[in-house]
Design a protein around this ligand. Structure first.
Ligand code: T6T
Length: 315
């Protein structure tokens, strides 16, 4: 699926951009492969990457699978390799399954930049750029602790095993909760990036463990579904939800009081840095093997601040 998300009116894209390719002619050819299409996190990344590509006289086209699924992402990568771009920016959807296809891309002479997620052996990449995901998981626990200071059971709604980012978030959260001692685990459940599944998991978990005090949802769609599940159980506001990401639906849940805190990543910076690293590699300049970006904790109280507003993802 080719994505056409960044309109000039949204401020982040080149003026007059209407399609999926951005940038001037004759320059370097970059391809961005998202983890999944239609995800505000990757849309924000795309818009910033397009703008940076244009600024560098390069072209960037964006593609993404319909689901966060390596069996759908692999053919997209394979056809991208056949189109022979100079560089590919990619968020691999599985640490193991995307390893081989990425090695093939590098072997074809294409510069690889891993944005957001990574693979087990990222040595084929010229650079990796991601949030401090483990630190973000710990920050999520600190937020739950503030919201439910007396302790109690905590549930994690994760995406699926094998995703570097969300696994690191769960690890950071779980280790912090275990170290604290007052927040026993009500389990880690996998939404497979489907809000409806996340909602069902939460409703079932709240029926089984009515004493759950907090839920950590490790990404955008898991958080969206967790909010629905808590609302359906009639526990909005009572069970505290902290979610990774800050898409429009999550901001609405924050305003409504269903979700109490959002850990907003910096997808724009990841996209911009990704383009810069790819261009540096193509120019024979030094690259940074690993770049870690930060996050902003957005709550209802600080939502109107300039910092929070700047951290929200593109609609
Ligand atoms: O949380 C982001 C991203 O960092 C993660 O790797 C997958 O899920 C998102 O795209 C949000 O849906």
């Amino acid at each position: 699926l080719t994505v056409t998300a960044c309109g000039a009116a949204e401020g982040n894209a080149p003026a007059g951009a209407t399609g999926s390719a951005a940038g001037g002619g004759g320059g370097k050819k970059l391809t961005f492969i998202q983890g999944v299409a239609g995800d505000n996190f990757y849309i924000s990344m795309q818009c910033a990457a397009e703008a940076e590509a244009k600024a560098k006289g390069a072209t960037l086209d964006t593609q993404g699978p319909q689901k966060f699924d390596p069996t759908l992402q692999t053919p997209i990568l394979t056809s991208a390799i056949a189109a022979k771009p100079d560089a590919i920016l990619i968020a691999p959807t599985d640490v193991t399954a995307m390893q081989q296809p990425l090695q093939q891309a590098a072997a074809a002479g294409i510069k690889i930049v891993l944005v957001d997620t990574t693979v087990s052996d990222p040595s084929m990449a010229v650079s990796q750029i991601s949030s401090d995901n483990e630190g973000g998981g710990k920050a999520a626990f600190d937020a739950i602790k503030q919201l439910a200071p007396n302790g109690g059971k905590v549930l994690v709604i994760d995406n699926q095993p094998g995703i570097s980012t969300t696994e690191a978030r769960t690890k950071g959260f779980t280790e912090a909760a275990t170290a604290d001692g007052k927040y026993p685990s009500a389990g880690v459940q996998y939404s497979k990036n489907d809000p409806a599944t996340a909602a069902q998991l939460v409703t079932a978990a709240l029926a089984k463990d009515p004493d759950i005090v907090g839920i950590f949802a490790t990404n955008l769609f898991s958080a969206e579904g967790a909010a629905t599940g808590v609302r359906q159980a009639g526990k909005d506001g009572t069970v505290k939800i902290v979610g990774f990401d800050a898409g429009p639906d999550q901001v609405k849940a924050l305003e409504d009081g269903t979700v109490q805190a959002l850990i907003a990543q910096q997808p724009g910076t990841i996209g911009k840095d990704g383009v810069d690293q790819a261009v540096a590699a193509l120019d024979g300049q030094p690259t940074e093997a690993k770049i870690q970006t930060g996050f902003t904790i957005v709550t209802k109280d600080n939502l109107s601040s300039a910092e929070s507003q700047a951290a929200l993802y593109k609609a």
